[in-house]
Design a protein around this ligand. Structure first.
Ligand SMILES: [Zn+2]
Ligand SMILES: [Zn+2]
Ligand SMILES: [Zn+2]
Ligand SMILES: [Zn+2]
Length: 331
């Protein structure tokens, strides 16, 4: 065999072997793909599932070491679990169309059996894979930036967040539909700066409410004063409202904090004049309870208008109420 013939022979052998290897690789990859298809028949969009699984592995690997990455990763998983119609997190049963687009069970009846993404008929297919993925997730509480360090299984997260002690408070100002939310120091500054609320320090107070035409009782007649004592903040509300046909006044105290803390305090209110006096003792309500809820439960000092006018001096021309009060800490 000459050298040229020998080289040519080697080349042919090489081509044959690489051809065999190619064929083997093709068979193997097809088999793997078919295996995967058999394992998860609900999922049509295969690469997406691999992405999700990959992401979950990263979540469990990286929680203790890299909170930044954890946040980014969990937010991309959360995107997958977001209903495209109502944008809420999806909970079982999660539905999907025959093209694999997902939808929450609350929105399904509203889309008239048409997939909102591709307009195909929706049918009745559950996305079990996504439900299982959701069940295996552990996510940080959404009030992490307010100080909560809790990490919760996906299906418990919502319940925790509805009771999380770090969830922001709504603005306690009653007279407007203010939508500001925040922690207590933020809200105290907001009440001072944006609502121009009177601020007092100390646990005793002496307040005057004067109204020139007491015969008009509109719901907008209210006042708010903020007291700071014991290192906490309290809101004193005074308001006129209609109880059935009778106009009445109510004064009550709310605690700027949670209910468990509020129960550590008591307060008294006293109003009188013209030889008459009314005293109320109560427990401040948390500002978690809306101003309206407290008012409608009559949890405060309630003064009938005729009595309020007696206290005012009896000439029925002007409302002049002097309310004194005290807040103390229970042992
Ligand atoms: Zn939805
Ligand atoms: Zn679809
Ligand atoms: Zn929390
Ligand atoms: Zn406000």
């Amino acid at each position: 065999m000459c050298a040229a013939m020998y080289l040519n022979f080697c080349y042919e052998v090489f081509c044959f072997i690489s051809c065999i290897l190619d064929l083997y690789a093709t068979i193997m990859s097809t088999a793997t793909f078919l295996d995967e298809m058999r394992c998860s028949p609900e999922i049509i969009d295969q690469p997406k599932v691999e992405e999700i699984i990959d992401v979950i592995e990263h979540v469990s690997e990286h929680i203790p070491h890299s909170p930044k990455r954890n946040l980014a990763v969990s937010s991309s998983v959360r995107d997958l679990l977001e209903c495209p119609v109502c944008l809420n997190a999806m909970y079982p049963p999660i539905h999907q169309c025959s093209n694999g687009h997902t939808l929450c069970s609350g929105c399904k009846p509203r889309v008239h059996n048409r997939c909102p993404t591709c307009r195909h008929e929706l049918g009745n297919i559950r996305c079990l894979a996504l439900e299982k993925i959701a069940a295996s997730l552990e996510l940080p509480c959404k009030y992490q930036s307010f100080g909560c360090v809790g990490i919760y299984p996906y299906f418990c997260k919502l319940k925790h967040e509805s009771q999380c002690q770090y969830r922001p408070y709504s603005c306690p100002y009653a007279g407007s539909e203010c939508t500001v939310m925040g922690d207590i120091p933020y809200l105290v500054t907001h009440l001072k700066d944006d609502h121009k609320v009177d601020m007092h320090s100390g646990s005793t107070f002496n307040h005057r409410y004067v109204k020139s035409n007491p015969h008009e009782v509109e719901n907008a007649t209210w006042m708010l004063t903020v007291f700071s004592c014991f290192g906490e903040y309290f809101c004193l509300h005074f308001e006129a409202f209609q109880l059935g046909n009778a106009p009445v006044y109510i004064a009550f105290l709310r605690f700027m904090g949670d209910d468990v803390e509020a129960k550590n305090y008591s307060y008294s209110l006293e109003v009188g004049g013209n030889g008459r006096k009314m005293i109320w003792q109560g427990v401040p309500r948390s500002i978690r309870d809306s101003h309206r809820k407290v008012r409608d439960s009559f949890d405060g000092l309630i003064i009938q208008r005729s009595m309020a006018l007696f206290f005012s001096g009896g000439d029925r021309k002007e409302l002049k109420l002097r309310v004194t009060g005290r807040i103390w800490k229970e042992q």
